[in-house]
Design a protein around this ligand. Structure first.
Ligand code: PLP
Length: 438
């Protein structure tokens, strides 16, 4: 056995201790627990790329507004179910100025993180039409949303978009939609885990097909504005955050505060429902939820029963962050650019040692540098790569965990410190020496 930076027995013992049968199928939380145990037992720190948590301080404008709201006594009062007025108004304004999309404040609804938003929206969308009992995930994707489907007992289908980019996406999607059982299409853009961003052509295809087959598009914008190839911080001026909302009115957008404002801990995100979908009547919603419109089913049935609203003080924080951004006083995109700069350096270190990027392009353009990137190593499955890299003190999750058909890993840059880049370089150099590519 070759000597590696991390004691191999220590890794193996802890894998056994956590009862992880296949490291390639281990959840993000299992990898986190494993690396914590190994780090506690040994002296070496890992290059931790497994968890997508913000690595920056929270936006100060939010923190200040939240403290002020708490001081003013909001903690004793239940917030309105559909959100406080200033937040609804600022969210609507933010969407107009950074996406050029018009949505009334009524359809801008705070949720306990985007997580709760997708849960509620998937729940209601699964019930709009008795014949449409299946959601369609454009993968790779965020694994927790599939867990939401599992918990609800709802069905979904999925495909890896890797081989179906550009015009090819139409045929692939129609293959599913033509069956008539799909109620919604879900994806994140920029994408977790691959950081691909759909092109305008692809968004147009999704929007047109949503109209043709009457399905709801759920566009998860957890990384809003973070395609750093373009500067998307120009309130009221193009370029805007790309969106399917330009091509269909059947949409729900999810704007999370977790990454763009580094405000994950307060669990407050926004669900943005188009005016026409918000007000649309569905017969089946009357039967299933005793509610008429999509908007009422979301607010007065799903969100009411899940949590009866969203943290009162955090709503003030989010309202203040949206307002400062829209007023041109808070360039939130600049604040998170550090992720892109780190990604550029980390990718170059991986490439130097024989790794390659799995999801590499959007159309003719290379994917941007951002919160995540994907890597693989010749002649190794994703599972083998992860198992081996753990001995070298590098942790990540396998792409298989995200609905990808490709072999490889998702690397998240947020918790890797710049001071660790030298270590990363040395460890990967040793890895490449120990696993030479013929
Ligand atoms: C694609 C995607 N959607 C949603 C979320 C969760 O967002 P929130 O913290 O607002 O619940 C994440 C977090 O990692 C994500 O990557």
């Amino acid at each position: 056995m070759k000597k590696t930076p991390i004691n191999q027995q220590l890794v193996d013992q802890n894998i056994a201790k956590l009862r992880i049968d296949h490291i390639g199928q281990a959840s993000i939380r299992e990898i986190v627990a494993l690396v914590n145990l190994v780090e506690e037992a040994g002296s070496e720190k890992f290059i931790r790329m497994e968890m997508g948590v913000p690595g920056l301080p929270p936006a100060q404008v939010g923190t200040e507004a939240e403290i002020e709201a708490l001081r003013s006594g909001v903690a004793s009062k239940y917030p309105m179910m559909d959100g406080i007025k200033p937040l609804k108004q600022e969210a609507s304004r933010f969407i107009k100025l950074f996406m050029d999309v018009d949505v009334s404040p009524a359809g801008c609804i705070p949720t306990v993180g985007s997580m709760q938003g997708t849960y509620a929206a998937l729940l209601v969308a699964s019930n709009v039409d008795a014949k449409k009992d299946t959601a369609l995930f454009i993968d790779p994707g965020f694994p927790v949303q599939k867990q939401q489907m599992l918990v609800m007992g709802h069905q979904y289908e999925t495909f890896d978009v890797f081989n179906h980019r550009g015009a090819k996406l139409r045929e692939k999607l129609e293959g599913f939609l033509a069956k008539g059982n799909i109620n919604s299409i879900i994806y994140s853009n920029p994408n977790n885990p691959s950081w691909i961003c759909f092109t305008e052509e692809e968004l147009q295809i999704i929007g047109e097909l949503a109209n043709k087959y009457d399905v709801i598009v759920m566009e998860d914008l957890a990384y809003f504005g973070m395609d750093f190839r373009k500067d998307l911080y120009t309130p009221g001026k193009p370029p805007y955050q790309p969106t399917v909302a330009r091509y269909t009115n059947n949409y729900v957008l999810f704007v999370s505060s977790s990454k763009i404002f580094s405000y994950a801990g307060q669990r407050c995100g926004m669900m943005i429902i188009s005016d026409s979908l918000f007000n649309r009547d569905y017969d089946n919603l009357k039967i299933r939820f005793k509610s008429n419109t999509f908007g009422n089913a979301i607010v007065l049935r799903a969100l009411y029963t899940l949590s009866s609203g969203t943290s009162h003080s955090a709503q003030y924080a989010l309202a203040a962050m949206f307002k400062a951004a829209s007023d041109g006083q808070f360039n939130f995109i600049n604040d998170v650019k550090e992720y892109s700069e780190k990604a550029k350096i980390m990718k170059s270190i991986f490439l130097k040692h024989g790794f390659y990027i799995v999801y590499e392009k959007d159309g003719d353009e290379l994917v941007g540098d951002g919160f995540y990137f994907t890597i693989a190593y010749p002649n190794m499955t994703g599972e083998e790569l992860l198992a081996n890299l753990l001995y070298y003190g590098v942790s990540a999750i396998t792409l298989k965990n995200t609905g990808s058909e490709k072999e490889g890993l998702r690397a998240c840059v947020s918790h890797v410190q710049r001071s660790q880049f030298d270590d990363l370089d040395k460890r990967l150099e040793q890895f490449a020496t120990d696993f030479p590519v013929n």
